[in-house]
Design a binder for this molecule. Structure first.
Ligand SMILES: [Zn+2]
Length: 398
């Protein structure tokens, strides 16, 4: 008989974290070493037109080209990836047959590159390997992958997820597998300094949502908890700081690290109900992913905290929320409410969501539900969450 409290007992778990991560201002310069180490002759850079023209990126690529390596650039279309856009990148990669893929960009670019690289070793369309439905098994290929994030949010640089939109119905689909993960990840906070206010905010909200979701969801592990709680601690200080001064490299670095840790936490655990609700909002309103996570975060927490209040107390502690005598997880809710007000996270009113859209949102959330909730969510609970979000006409700390 143990003397430990129930939440101090560790059950069995399995986690895999194989990515070689370099985190540094100037980390991109290490790309040359990786090319040498891998003896890569044919390199494809997957990026977008803006990012591939950043002076830091141009400098890194010219160093590689000067070493007489073949470097071809594939530009990913603007917006979040679709099944068709990933298939198109896969077709180009199948043509070129590179031995190294270097993905430089935000979450959409990184997911596009991971999806395209998957298709080098797996025949047909990415749809074959996508969830929901019964995806075919994904086999590992030999093409190595380097990810270089230029935003701080999705954590895609270290995750095995490839999230896309299905053009047939507008729904989110995903082809997750550990074999999708990068072999190397270069986190260079310099590359996020020119990121505009909107994507900076949305990425930060995504990171916070992923970190909290990973700690409170049913798939949590002690490894994920450690990563997620540190991600929360860093994000709540760093996001307001980068929004106030986008050129603050220390704050950018701290936010990049928060996003990296949140991505790792989500990878060893899972994203939670905030993502199930957010995906539906993104589908109906065609909004950036991170913004939808921020918009739904309080509503998922309000419902989930009744099942795992001790986990929400840890979230509150990580946020630096002072003890107030409560122990039901509501302290975390109030801390997140104040944080969302501080960073001006848009409300449903700002996003022009109407009451007529609530049943559609609830139905889509149920259809794409990620089954890791810490306790039951009925159809009415899901509708109630969207109804509460609509009633929240302004952000204020309670
Ligand atoms: Zn996310």
């Amino acid at each position: 008989m143990t003397s430990l409290a129930p939440d101090a007992i560790v059950g069995s778990f399995n986690n895999l974290l194989p990515v070689n991560i370099t985190f540094a201002v100037g980390a991109l310069d290490k790309l040359t070493d990786i090319v040498e180490q891998e003896q890569a002759q044919s390199i494809v850079v997957v990026s977008d037109a803006v990012i591939s023209n950043l002076p830091e990126v141009q400098s890194a690529l010219s160093t590689i080209m000067n070493a007489r390596r073949s470097v071809q650039i594939i530009h990913v279309p603007a917006g979040e990836p679709t099944i068709d856009s990933v298939d198109h990148i896969g077709a180009q990669l199948r043509e070129i047959k590179p031995d190294l893929v270097v993905a430089i960009g935000g979450g959409s670019v990184l997911d596009s590159a991971k999806g395209g690289r998957l298709l080098l070793a797996n025949p047909g369309s990415i749809r074959t390997y996508s969830w929901p439905g019964t995806p075919a098994p994904i086999v590992a290929g030999t093409t190595r992958l380097v990810t270089v994030p230029t935003t701080a949010g999705t954590g895609s640089e270290v995750t095995g997820g490839v999230v896309m939109t299905d053009p047939d119905n507008g729904m989110k689909v995903a082809a997750p597998s550990p074999v999708n993960r990068a072999n190397y990840c270069l986190v260079d906070p310099r590359l996020t300094v020119s990121l505009p206010h909107g994507p900076t905010l949305w990425g930060g909200l995504d990171a916070l949502g992923q970190a909290i979701g990973s700690v409170v969801c049913a798939a949590n592990t002690p490894v994920g908890d450690a990563l997620g709680l540190e991600a929360i601690r860093l994000a709540v200080a760093a996001l307001p700081a980068v929004l106030a001064d986008p050129t603050d490299v220390d704050a950018r670095a701290s936010m990049s690290c928060a996003a990296l840790l949140a991505g790792l936490a989500m990878n060893v655990s899972e994203a939670g109900t905030e993502h199930s609700l957010a995906h539906a909002l993104g589908t109906v309103m065609k909004l950036p992913h991170g913004l939808t996570v921020g918009a739904m975060l309080l509503e998922s927490m309000e419902h989930d905290r009744q099942y795992v209040p001790a986990r929400f107390e840890r979230v509150a502690d990580a946020m630096g929320a002072p003890q107030d005598g409560s122990s039901d997880g509501s302290r975390a809710l109030r801390a997140v409410e104040a944080f969302l007000a501080q960073v001006n996270c848009p409300t449903f009113v700002d996003l022009n969501v109407t009451s007529e859209q609530l049943p559609e949102l609830a139905g889509l959330a149920r259809a794409g539900w990620i089954p890791v909730e810490p306790g039951p969510w009925t159809d009415d609970d899901i509708l109630d969450a969207f109804t509460r979000a609509l009633a929240r006409s302004s952000r204020s700390a309670s």
